[in-house]
Design a protein around this ligand. Structure first.
Ligand code: AMO
Length: 433
C-alpha cells in the first residue's frame, strides 16, 4: 500500500489484515492494514449489488486476512489519508478463529512474557512492528557502506571446535561424540579470512553465549555485526572506521525513519559528530570518581561493569555533549589473548552508547611467536592450534570489531530491554516460540 495516491479512481487489489470492522446501520467499514499502512474500505448497505459483500463483512472477525478489489476514491472526510476503497470483491484468505490472546492495539496491556509467547501477534502492533523495519534499514545502510568500501561478506561456521571468547560461557553440543560448541563470535574465522588474503571482510550472523544472567542487555543468542580489515597501523584505524560506519547507518535511519522514530518512540536520532570522544580506562575511573564519587569495585578493576558504562555515558554527554564514547587501555587480564599489546596494554577498545557497551574492537596480534606466548599465558591449549597456524605463513597486521545489532536497536529506540528489541528473544528462561 505504498503511495496509493496515484491509483485514485482506478481499480486496485489490496491484501492485509482486517484491523477494524465497524458494522453500522447504513454502512460497513473495514480498516485494512498492510506493512504498517492502513486504508479504509467502505461498503454502502443501501446499494443492492453489495449484498454479498455485506454478508462477508457480517461474518468477518478482527485480524482475519482479506484480499479486496475495488475502486480507490478520494474522500476528504476519511482520516486515513483522505482515501477509501469501494470494493467489488472481498476474499477472506484466513478467518481469524477466536478472540486474540493479547490486545494488539495496546502493547502494554499484556506482560512482556505473555507478549513474547504470542510474538507473532505482538509484532502486529506498530510500535513493535517498526522496530524491525528500522533495524533492517540500519543494517542495510551499514552493509552498503561496507560494500562501497570494498568489503566481502563471509559466512563462517556456528558449530565450532574451540571457544574464542574465553571470558564468557559457551554452549556445548553433542557432535557425534566429539567436543563441539556453538560459536560465541566469528572471531577466529574472520581473522582466517585475513590470513587467506581477503583484506576486508564482514559477517552479520548469530552468536551464542551461555550466560545465565537475566539482565536487560544479555541474550543467549544475539546477532553480531562483525568485521575485520588488514593493513592497519593501529586500533585507532579501527575506531575511525567504526565511527564512519555508525554515522552512515544513523544517517540512513534518520532520513527514512527519523520522524516516525520521534512519533512512535519519542527519540531524536542524533547524527554523532566525529571524532567520537576517546578516554583511557584509568582516566575514566578518575573522572567518574571526581564527578560522581564512583569507585570501581576491586573485582572489576581493569574493566567496566554496567554501572561504569552508565556513568561513562553521563560523562560523555556532560563533557562532550556526545552520545558515544570509546574507552581504551583495559587491563590485559580482562581482554582476550588475541588482542595486540603495546607495553603490556591491549590495543583495543569498547564503544559505549547511551550507557551500554555496543562493541569490542582491537588490533589483533598477528605475530606468531607473540600470539603463542599470549595464548599460553591464558592457558589456552591445543584446540586453538588451528587458529595459531593462520599466523605462521604470512598474515598482514589487522583489526576489527563486533557490534551487537540487538543492543544497537534497543539503544537507538530507547527501549528498556533486549526482550523488546529481538525478533525472537533467547534467554536462560526462554527457548520458545
Ligand atoms: P564481545 O564479547 O564484546 O566481543 O561482543 C561484541 C558485542 O556483541 C554484543 N554482545 C551481546 N549482545 C547481546 N547479548 C549478549 N549476551 C552479548 N554478548 C555480546 C555486544 C558486544 O559489545 N570477538 C569480539 C569482537 C571483536 O573483537 O571483533 C567479541 O565477541 O554489543
Amino acid at each position: 500500500m505504498e503511495d496509493l495516491k496515484k491509483y485514485v479512481n482506478k481499480q486496485i487489489t489490496v491484501s492485509g489484515f482486517a484491523e477494524k470492522i465497524r458494522n453500522l446501520q447504513w454502512v460497513q467499514f473495514i480498516v485494512i492494514r498492510s506493512e504498517g499502512k492502513r486504508l479504509q474500505i467502505t461498503i454502502e448497505k443501501s446499494d443492492e449489488k453489495n449484498s454479498k459483500l455485506i454478508n462477508i463483512v457480517n461474518n468477518l472477525t478482527q485480524e482475519s486476512t482479506i484480499k479486496v478489489t475495488g475502486i480507490l476514491k478520494e474522500n476528504e472526510h476519511v482520516k486515513m489519508g483522505g482515501m477509501e476503497l469501494i470494493p467489488s470483491k472481498i476474499e477472506v484468505t484466513n478467518l481469524s478463529q477466536d478472540s486474540l490472546p493479547i490486545n494488539i492495539t495496546n502493547k502494554d496491556a499484556a506482560l512482556i512474557d505473555t507478549r513474547m509467547d504470542n510474538r507473532f501477534l505482538d509484532l502486529r502492533n506498530d510500535y513493535n512492528y517498526y522496530i524491525f523495519k528500522i533495524q533492517s534499514e540500519f543494517v542495510r545502510a551499514m552493509r552498503q557502506y561496507l560494500y562501497d568500501n570494498g568489503f566481502t561478506e563471509i559466512h563462517t561456521p556456528k558449530l565450532i571446535g574451540a571457544a574464542s571468547e574465553s571470558g564468557s560461557e559457551v554452549f556445548k553440543v553433542d557432535y557425534f561424540g566429539q567436543k563441539a560448541y556453538l560459536a560465541q563470535s566469528p572471531q577466529f574465522y574472520k581473522q582466517m579470512a585475513i590470513a587467506a588474503g581477503y583484506e576486508k571482510v564482514f559477517e552479520v550472523a548469530p552468536a551464542f553465549r551461555a550466560e545465565n544472567s537475566n539482565t536487560n542487555r544479555h541474550a543467549t543468542e544475539f546477532t553480531s555485526f562483525d568485521l575485520e580489515f588488514a593493513n592497519i597501523n593501529s586500533y585507532e584505524d579501527v575506531m575511525d572506521f567504526e565511527e564512519e560506519l555508525i554515522v552512515s547507518g544513523l544517517k540512513a535511519v534518520k532520513e527514512k525513519y527519523g520522524d516516525l522514530i520521534k512519533e512512535l518512540y519519542g527519540v531524536d536520532v542524533v547524527i554523532p559528530k566525529r571524532p567520537f570522544p576517546r578516554i583511557k580506562l584509568q582516566d575514566l575511573y578518575n573522572e567518574l570518581h571526581q564527578r560522581y564519587g564512583y569507585k570501581i569495585p576491586s573485582h572489576d578493576v581493569g574493566d567496566m561493569n554496567s554501572e561504569t558504562e552508565k556513568l561513562t555515558s553521563r560523562y560523555a554527554l556532560e563533557k562532550y555533549n556526545h552520545e558515544f564514547i570509546f574507552v581504551t587501555d583495559f587491563s590485559k587480564a580482562k581482554r582476550p589473548f588475541y588482542h595486540m599489546r603495546k607495553d603490556d596494554v591491549p590495543q583495543g577498545y569498547d564503544l559505549i552508547w547511551k550507557g551500554t557497551e555496543i562493541t569490542t574492537g582491537a588490533q589483533r596480534e598477528h605475530r606468531y611467536d607473540v600470539l603463542e606466548k599470549q595464548a599460553e599465558e591464558k592457558k589456552l591449549g591445543d584446540d586453538i592450534k588451528f587458529y595459531k597456524n593462520f599466523f605462521k605463513y604470512g598474515c598482514p597486521p589487522h583489526g576489527g570489531f563486533g557490534l551487537g545489532i540487538d543492543r544497537l536497536t534497543m539503544l537507538l529506540l530507547g527501549l528498556p530491554s533486549l526482550k523488546e528489541t529481538m525478533f525472537i528473544f533467547r534467554g536462560p528462561n526462554r527457548i520458545t516460540p
